[in-house]
Design a protein around this ligand. Structure first.
Ligand code: MN
Length: 290
């Protein structure tokens, strides 16, 4: 049965993250989203935007995270990152970086040098996926999901692809290892595509239109930047496109635990937040230079 639509909304007015990412925040924003989008905690979206050539390093300098995972996806542009666990690399178009901050990590995120010098369009999204209490202090870890290892299920009639980042679609399994059940799909639709996405009724579920025009589960035509939150009253979402479109589909089993958020830390209690601040100030997140 098709889910009904709880809300169609756009993100908040754009703000800068460092000087590299001009993003619109979709959630948490309203507090209710902590409950309605769990296990997803935050979504910041950089719509396609031209950056002029620069010799400057644009981005976000070294900062900590604890208690969750950051999922960074480049659609256009290139983002270089390094972290205190010794990982580093460049996220290029169609690539995903799935970073487990767990017990604590320092990292920085910059426009890749060659991209910055040449200038170009940056199109990027970052989604925070919460960790359950028992995994909040997991060892920091990093999965580089390059284009070639992201499984893609072709739609009938050459109508596009479902790129499976996490979870499964039509028996195609995504490469991301997750701590709780998560379905994260990147839909690349040609005009007149129709995709049926089964998802368990209790999973919190939303989609974001990145480009193009789609309808879903009885909605009006949706354009770029519109996000749909579905009610947990059915087990399928149907997406129909009327133009070349990119859609991010997020669905996951809620983590039903208390949540306390302070800046880059997402924990279960105020005491744990204070501990995170103490550990960070005490150098327990390791060391990383800009
Ligand atoms: Mn970060």
């Amino acid at each position: 049965m098709k889910r009904s639509i709880e809300k169609v909304f756009r993100g908040a007015p754009e703000h800068w993250v460092g000087d590299g990412f001009h993003v619109s925040n979709y959630f948490p924003g309203a507090t209710d989203f902590q409950k309605r989008m769990s296990p997803f905690f935050l979504m910041d979206y950089q719509k396609p935007e031209l950056f002029e050539p620069t010799g400057r390093r644009r981005g976000v300098g070294t900062h900590p995270h604890r208690g969750f995972e950051t999922v960074s996806i480049a659609f256009e542009g290139a983002v270089a990152h390094r972290d205190s666990a010794g990982n580093g690399g460049v996220i290029r178009p169609n690539e995903v970086q799935w970073m487990t901050a767990g017990k604590g990590i320092l990292h920085n995120e910059y426009h890749e040098e060659g991209f910055a010098k040449a200038g170009g369009v940056m199109h990027f999204i970052q989604i925070w996926v919460n960790l359950p209490r028992k995994n909040k202090l997991a060892a920091p870890h990093y999965q580089a999901l390059t284009d070639g290892i992201i499984a893609a299920a072709p739609l009938a009639g050459g109508k596009g692809l479902v790129r499976v980042i996490a979870g499964a679609y039509e028996g195609v399994q995504g490469p991301a290892r997750t701590f709780t059940p998560v379905q994260m799909l990147d839909l690349r639709l040609k005009p007149e595509a129709r995709v049926r996405l089964p998802t368990p009724k209790d999973y919190n579920t939303a989609l974001l239109v990145l480009t193009g025009t789609v309808k879903t589960n009885g909605s009006a035509a949706l354009s770029a930047g519109e996000c749909v939150l579905f009610r947990n009253d059915g087990d399928e979402v149907v997406v129909e496109s009327s133009a070349d479109s990119i859609v991010m589909f997020l669905s996951g089993a809620p983590i039903d635990e208390p949540l306390v958020h302070y800046g880059p830390f997402v924990m279960n209690s105020v005491d744990e937040i204070n501990e995170a601040i103490e550990d960070f100030n005490g150098g327990k997140f390791g060391a990383l230079s800009d």
